[in-house]
Each structure stands twice: as C-alpha cells, then as structure tokens.
Design a protein around this ligand. Structure first.
Ligand code: ADP
Ligand code: ASP
Ligand code: MG
Length: 386
C-alpha cells in the first residue's frame, strides 16, 4: 500500500495531468499484485492557484470589490481546459463543470464578504486558500477515470481533523486515523484510488483549516502514516532532494538517500522541495519517504529513511538558503560572566513572539547572535531594549 502526493507543477497543465495518470496507472497495477495492495493519491492545487486565491482575498480585504472577478475567470479557464481535454463523457463533464462553478461562486461570495468587512481573518483566509485543492481533487479523480484508473475524490475536510490554528493547523491524529481508515480503506480494498485534497483539513466542528503553505506534502505524510502504508511518495518537478536548489545552483545533484533528521534540517532551513513537517508522521511509524520527479519518473530520486548512507557526499549533504532573515547581535562588556544573561535576552525575544532560527555565542561571552525573520526585527529590538 502506498500514498502518492502530487505537487502543483505535477498537476499544472494538461500534459502534466496526462503524466500523472500514467504514473498512477502503473503504480496501481503494480500494487494490485502485492499482499496489502492499494494506492491513495493526495493532490495539491494546480500550480499558481493558491497564490491567486490568496492574492484575491488580500486585495478584497484592502477594499477591492472587483479584482477577484478576473481571478475567477483565470481559474475557470485553467481547470476548464483540463476538463475539456480529458472528459469526453458529456454527463460527467457537466457534473464537473457544475462543481467548478459552485466552488468559484463560493470564492466570489467569500471575496465579496471580505471586501465588505474590510478584514481578512486567518479563518477566512483558510476558507479561500484551500479552494484550489478542493477544486482539483475531483478534477484529477475524473482525469484518472478517463485514463482507465478507478478513482474517487475525497475532501480532506471530512477526514483530516485538525486543531483551530488557522493557517498552520496541526492534525488531531486519533480522529484523523479513525476517519481516514473508515473512508479510504474500503475504497482501496475495492481497487479504487482515493484522490484526497492536500493542504486542507477541518476542525472538529467542521470549519476548514489549512496546514501552512506547501502543506500538501504534510497531508501526504499524515494520510500515509494513518493508513500505515509501505511508502510515502512525494512527486514533484525535480529529481528528488538535491544538494542545493537547482533553480539557484544549476549543477546541483540529486541525493540518493537521506535520513529523516537530515531532510528535516534541509527543509526547515529552506529546501522548499519538502514541507518541513513532512517527515514527522513518517518517523513515528518508520515509513520510507521517496521524493520523485513526475517529469522523469524513471529517476530513482531520494529515499528518506531512519539512517542514511553518509559515504555518498561526506557529512555535508546539501546547502540551503532562506530569504528575509536578519542576524541580530547583542554585545557589551557587561555580558561576560553574568549568569542568566542569555535567559534574559531570549526571554525578551520570546515575548516579542519572534521565531529564532539559529543562535551562537562568542567564547568570550561578550556577544550573542541569533537569526530571526526580518518582520520580527522591530518588535524584538524593542523587547530587548526594554
Ligand atoms: P511541489 O509543487 O511539487 O510541491 P515545490 O515547488 O513546493 O513543488 O518544490 C519543488 C521545488 O523546490 C523545486 O522546483 C526546487 O526549485 C525547489 N528546491 C529548493 N531546494 C531544493 C533542493 N535542495 N532540492 C530540490 N529542490 C529544491
Ligand atoms: N497549494 C498549497 C500551496 O501552494 C499547498 C501545496 O502546494 O503544498 O501552498
Ligand atoms: Mg511543495
């Protein structure tokens, strides 16, 4: 049994959808011969869609009552093209077009309300930003069916239960396990591929949430862990996790194996290829995670396990970068040998709610440096001076 998560570019065009259908068809056939067969697919929104949705909601909050109309038209066209290409059956096409229309009407209503209120709450933003996945799962399920793969779309709002931390929600694993198993396993036992929306979940009282930007990877791992699958596959647009971001370093190489710990460090420090929380559910159950390229499916990509073979590149495996960071330094002779100075300094940083990414202290103890996001600098400096 496996979970296959497809990212935005993997479902970003008619050609990409065709490629995904081939990959899923092949895996479904291979799985059918296994002792515990089954494939579950997790899908992102089409590439660029989440950004468009967030952009529209933000503009609405700034008073624009109309700018979302243009985005509605773009979204209708983008998804409409896929339906037109793959779905020959008229009745099925009509059903999907109605689904698309309903979701877009919901989007329009939400943007209008945001414009009237002049305010965008995290809860409101989650309602809007998750729509891309909630449109795309039924589309991908239909595309798979059109290519001979039995598939049914499932909205994660019904099966991934989360806390109420809108914009960065955490799964409630007990309820999620129960719901995912009850909804997905009967389908998989019948040879049907569930196509689940990534990125979204819902609170216990049914209010939609999202798991944070890039969170479909996390969704894939959550569903994989609760179903106890043999492998969680993350299908993206590069040959696995690489020694650096290939968009910045063109001669970056693929890394064949990494440990959970190594990949978490890389992801946390900016390797966008995986959401930083992706391996958390996998670690608990020791499930292998494989990062693969939708556009070069034969490439072995990266296998992520408990321990990696360190020989391949020595102990330094990759280099990452994050933009928008500031290095702050607290310095002064009065700091040397003063017990509790670090606790006081970081207590102040904590009160300003800044997320510290890295800390160092000089051996003379006269300065402490730490890295925080740019947008936390003003409040952190104020808290420290205070
Ligand atoms: P998806 O839509 O499939 O989730 P993302 O855009 O989120 O894809 O992640 C894939 C992108 O991550 C790649 O196109 C690449 O530019 C970027 N990336 C950054 N760092 C790395 C790295 N170390 N290895 C591979 N890709 C990386
Ligand atoms: N579509 C969401 C985003 O763009 C989630 C994802 O792609 O993983 O953040
Ligand atoms: Mg991603």
């Amino acid at each position: 049994m496996i979970v296959m998560k497809f990212g935005g570019t993997s479902v970003g065009s008619v050609n990409a959808f065709a490629q995904v259908a081939q990959i899923v068809a092949r895996s479904a056939a291979e799985e059918a011969t296994k002792p515990r067969p089954g494939v579950a697919v997790i899908t992102s929104a089409m590439s660029g869609v989440t950004n468009l949705l967030i952009d529209a909601a933000t503009k609405a909050a700034h008073g624009s009552a109309t700018s979302h109309h243009e985005i509605t038209a773009t979204l209708a066209k983008k998804h409409g093209e896929v339906l037109e290409h793959f779905i020959a059956n008229r009745a099925e096409r009509a059903t999907l077009e109605r689904m698309l229309e309903e979701r877009l009407e919901e989007f329009e209503r939400l943007c209008s309300s945001i414009a009237v209120l002049g305010e965008l709450t995290p809860r409101g933003l989650d309602l809007v930003s998750g729509l891309g996945e909630r449109i795309n799962a039924p589309v991908l399920a239909a595309v798979l069916r059109s290519q001979g793969v039995a598939a049914e779309s499932v909205d994660a709002v019904e099966i991934v239960a989360t806390d109420r931390a809108f914009g960065e929600a955490e799964p409630l694993m007990e309820q999620t396990t129960e719901r995912c198993r009850a909804r997905l396993l009967p389908l998989m036992e019948r040879g049907i591929v569930p196509v689940v929306t990534g990125f979204v979940g819902a609170t216990l009282d049914g209010i939609p949430t999202t798991l944070g930007r890039g969170g479909s990877d996390y969704s894939g791992a959550i569903v994989g862990a609760v179903l106890d699958v043999d492998e969680i596959q993350i299908w993206t647009d590069v040959n696995g996790v690489m020694t650096a971001d290939p968009r910045i370093v063109p001669n970056a190489r693929s890394i064949s194996q990494l440990s959970y710990e190594e990949v978490s460090e890389l992801a946390y420090y900016g390797a966008k290829v995986l959401h930083p929380k992706t391996v958390i559910p996998a670690v608990r159950k020791r499930i292998a995670v494989r990062v693969l390229n939708t556009f070069e499916p034969e490439h072995p990509g990266t296998l992520i396990l408990e321990h990696s073979n360190s020989e391949e590149y020595g102990s330094v495996k990759g280099i990452t970068a994050i933009r928008g960071m500031t290095l702050m330094t607290i310095a002064g002779r009065g700091m040397a040998g003063v017990p509790g100075i670090a606790a006081r300094a970081f207590g102040a940083v904590a009160r300003s709610n800044a997320n510290i990414l890295m800390i160092s202290q000089s051996s003379s103890e006269v300065n402490i440096c730490f890295v925080i996001p740019h947008n936390s600098v003003a409040s952190t400096e104020a808290a420290l001076r205070d």
